[in-house]
Design a protein around this ligand. Structure first.
Ligand code: FES
Ligand code: FES
Length: 156
């Protein structure tokens, strides 16, 4: 069945028609061309497709777009300010916490949610929060270092 919904995407109210079977990932990529939203496993197990739904990380491959009506979605494109990277993105680059970068948008958004919820997480809390985000090529030590660097930047 088709339905009309309105969703706030990266701070803009968007009204559009979807099919009930459309996933949020399909809508964000196919309709809005938000290419930072990437498909990995497609079954909610890798975190590559993570976006924020009302500030909380969700797997967009595993969420029907219809469920997001009236809510707010943030993708990586919504974080940077023009040409300036968000402090978490800067930390990722400076700490070389990426190689192919396929997983990076999902990590950056999850870290944003983590640090808003808990500005001073322990290493264990960081690992636990990011357990749903998998990286197949960068080291998790680099990722932890980037989280710490991001914390410093956000504090400043
Ligand atoms: S692609 Fe969505 S969790 Fe893996
Ligand atoms: S940097 Fe390649 S999957 Fe994470």
């Amino acid at each position: 069945m088709k339905r009309d919904i309105t969703v706030k995407i990266n701070n803009r109210d968007e009204s559009f028609t979807i099919d009930d079977a459309d996933t949020l990932l399909e809508v964000l990529r196919d309709r809005f061309k938000l290419w930072s939203v990437r498909e990995g496993c497609g079954v909610g197990a890798c975190g590559t497709c993570t976006v924020l739904l009302d500030g909380q990380p969700v797997s967009s491959c595993f969420l029907l777009a219809a469920r997001t009506a009236g809510h707010e979605i943030t993708t990586l494109e919504g974080l940077s300010d023009g040409q300036s990277l968000h402090p978490i993105q800067q930390a990722w680059v400076e700490q070389r916490a990426l190689q192919c970068a396929y997983c990076t948008p999902g990590f950056v958004l999850s870290v944003k949610a983590l640090l808003e919820e808990n500005p001073n997480p322990t290493d264990e809390e960081v690992r636990e929060y990011l357990a749903g985000n998998l990286c197949r090529c960068a080291g998790y030590a680099d990722i932890l270092r980037a989280v710490r660097a991001a914390q410093e930047k956000l504090r400043a």
